[in-house]
Design a protein around this ligand. Structure first.
Ligand code: G3H
Ligand code: 13P
Ligand code: ZN
Length: 305
């Protein structure tokens, strides 16, 4: 069953856990997230970026998500991650997405408010909820160039939420996208998060939350991946963020790395293998396991309504 992010996060906020938002691109990733949610009896947010939509085709990926979720009793949301293009946002709403993110955080404050407000009025007419972003999360995404981290200002957050009517808010507290988040130790601005939490009451979102587990990096490298000093958010930081008001945690890189390591393992160990099902099948299972691991970490296992 599909519901809005707002509904999922309100429950998470009340019962003090976080819902994972997992990025998908294809049949394998959609099935992996849905299978993990069913096995864990956990709610889940299935997220597509504009890059994923371009790769898979919008109607195609939306139909896949719909198929994987509609007969289930588990509560899911179909979510647009980092929406920037108004045409894509409109299409999401037409295709039955229950939530869209408008990422206008690269614009100055007033313009961010103006753009976010227009998306809120569009989405609310169709019952979809809206996630907005304030402050900047670092790292590189397909459609956005590298940004410097600029922590969210709590006073701005209050004004922003009041003026835009957004349902949930992505905050910048020191994370960045991708596999290279910190030069040394993982460190989140939990004090800043506490101040933001006090200033606004909408559910909060943590982007760039992958842990980049060392065992996955080691496995990928063992089978040929070339990775630098990959470093993610520690599990204790994730728990502290959830304890202080984060109710949606975004994970993409951990799933990419997991998939990559598993594909490399099959190809390295079985160079004679050329059946795509034998190459992608183990990768799909490995992603399922990683999503289950995250659901346990976020406390969402067993929380599906
Ligand atoms: O922020 C989300 C992703 O980690 C970047 O995804 O490469 O599909 O834009 P993308
Ligand atoms: P990671 O790169 O840490 O997985 O972040 C994912 C994300 O924020 C998607 O919006
Ligand atoms: Zn993100």
């Amino acid at each position: 069953m599909l519901v809005t992010n707002r509904k999922l996060q309100e429950d998470a906020q009340k019962r003090r856990y976080a819902v994972g938002a997992f990025n998908v691109y294809d049949m394998e990733s959609v099935q992996a997230v849905a299978k993990a949610a069913e096995l864990e009896r956990s709610p889940a947010i299935i997220a597509t970026t504009e890059g994923a939509i371009e790769y898979a085709g919008h109607e195609f990926i939306a139909e896949l998500i719909e198929l994987a979720t509609k007969r289930s009793k588990i509560t899911y949301s179909m979510h647009l991650d980092h929406g920037k293009d108004m045409n894509i946002i409109r299409n999401c709403i037409r295709l039955g997405y229950t939530s869209v993110m408008i990422d206008a955080s690269h614009y100055e404050f007033k313009k961010n408010i103006q753009i976010t407000k227009s998306v809120v009025s569009l989405a609310h007419r169709k019952g979809a909820s809206v996630e907005a972003e304030l402050g900047t999360i670092g790292g590189v995404e397909d459609s956005v160039s590298s940004k410097k981290i600029l922590l969210t200002d709590p006073r701005d957050a209050k004004e922003f939420v009041e003026k835009t009517g957004c349902d949930t808010l992505a905050v910048a507290i020191g994370t960045s996208h991708g596999a290279y988040k910190f030069a040394s130790r993982s460190k989140l601005a939990i004090d800043r998060l506490k101040e933001i939490r006090k200033a606004v009451d909408v559910p909060l979102v943590l982007h760039g939350a992958s842990g980049i587990p060392s065992w996955v990096v080691r496995k990928a490298k063992l089978f040929g991946a070339v990775l630098g000093k990959a470093k993610g958010v520690s599990e204790s930081d994730i728990k502290a963020a959830i304890a202080n008001g984060i109710s949606k945690v975004n994970i993409d890189s951990d799933l990419r790395l997991t998939f990559d390591a598993a594909v490399r393992e099959v190809l390295k160990k079985h160079p004679e293998e050329f059946d795509p099902r034998h190459i992608l099948g183990p990768a799909k299972d490995a992603v399922t396991d990683m999503v289950r691991y995250k659901m346990k970490l976020f406390g969402s296992s067993g929380k599906a309504r």
